[in-house]
Design a protein around this ligand. Structure first.
Ligand code: NDP
Length: 240
């Protein structure tokens, strides 16, 4: 059997597409999300589904250790879980900033810390972190989301440097706009309407979660000696 792949936020969007991609390639999976029923509905063989909020490191760690007892050590952790609550800094509820920082940043760091020590010891393993184009460039009404994704870009590169001598890869994926449930988290209807109008006007949105999943599979399948450190992937029509 191939090695264990752990995917956070596998109940929707990119996570769900990556679950299918790696399942079809024969990897045993640990799928994590808060809505465990959506994970179970996928009906995959050799797959453990657990209700885990990535901000809770204890349950996150227990889920990984239990899956490792069944399928062996985690060879690929994909820190994909995230939320996007767009808002204008001047008026946005600080609770929304906190939620994004907790899930998008702390969730990623929690996951990395759980698998890192063992990957170092084994001198093998890959961590894929989901940042965003909003993790390298600014977008209007994205202040707190950008803050969270710039953080993921920065911490991933530091971790890459720290783990490189142990042959452990840290890879960051920076997608542009892709049609998933991500925008639905935003509470401002005006911002959502503006975003949808931009998608319509530009024609951006043809790229699919499956395209992103294939890309992650490709970078993972490269030899361990090859680290594609960062991938920016967006609809060809996206100019920003
Ligand atoms: P979706 O909203 O479709 O999926 C988000 C996933 O994250 C869901 O499975 C959700 O599951 C999970 N999730 C959210 N909060 C938590 C939590 N606290 N604990 C565990 N799981 C959680 O969005 P996408 O697939 O689009 O987003 C995936 C990643 O890609 C995110 O990090 C996002 O920021 C990033 N991204 C997306 C872009 C896009 O345009 N779609 C562009 C750039 C980056 P549940 O609710 O069941 O917990």
């Amino acid at each position: 059997m191939k090695s264990l792949v752990v995917i956070t936020g596998a109940s929707s969007g990119f996570g769900k597409a990556m679950a299918k991609e790696f399942h079809d390639a024969g990897h045993p999976l640990l799928l994590l999300a808060r809505h465990v029923e959506k994970l179970e509905a996928l009906g995959f063989s050799d797959t453990i589904c657990q209700k885990v909020d990535v901000t809770d490191q204890d349950t996150f760690q227990k889920a990984i250790r239990q899956a490792e007892e069944v399928y062996g050590k985690t060879d690929l952790l994909i820190n994909n879980a995230g939320v996007m609550l767009l808002g204008n800094l001047e008026i946005q509820d600080p609770k929304e900033w906190q939620q994004m920082l907790d899930i998008n940043v702390m969730g990623v760091m929690n996951g990395m810390q759980i698998v890192m020590e063992d990957m170092k010891k084994r001198q093998h393993g890959t961590i894929v972190n989901f940042s965003s184009l909003a993790g390298v460039k600014p977008f209007v009404n994205h202040a707190a989301y950008c803050a969270s994704k710039y953080a993921v870009s920065g911490l991933s590169e530091v971790a890459r440097m720290e783990l490189s001598a142990n042959d452990v890869r840290v890879i960051r994926i920076l997608p542009g706009a892709v049609n998933t449930n991500l925008l639905s988290h935003t509470t401002s209807n005006t911002i959502k309407d503006d975003y949808n109008a931009w998608l319509k006007e530009t024609g951006v949105g043809r790229i699919t979660p499956e395209d992103v999943a294939k890309t992650v599979h490709f970078v993972y399948d490269m030899p361990q000696a090859v680290n594609i450190r960062e991938i920016q992937i967006a609809d060809t029509k996206q100019d920003a």
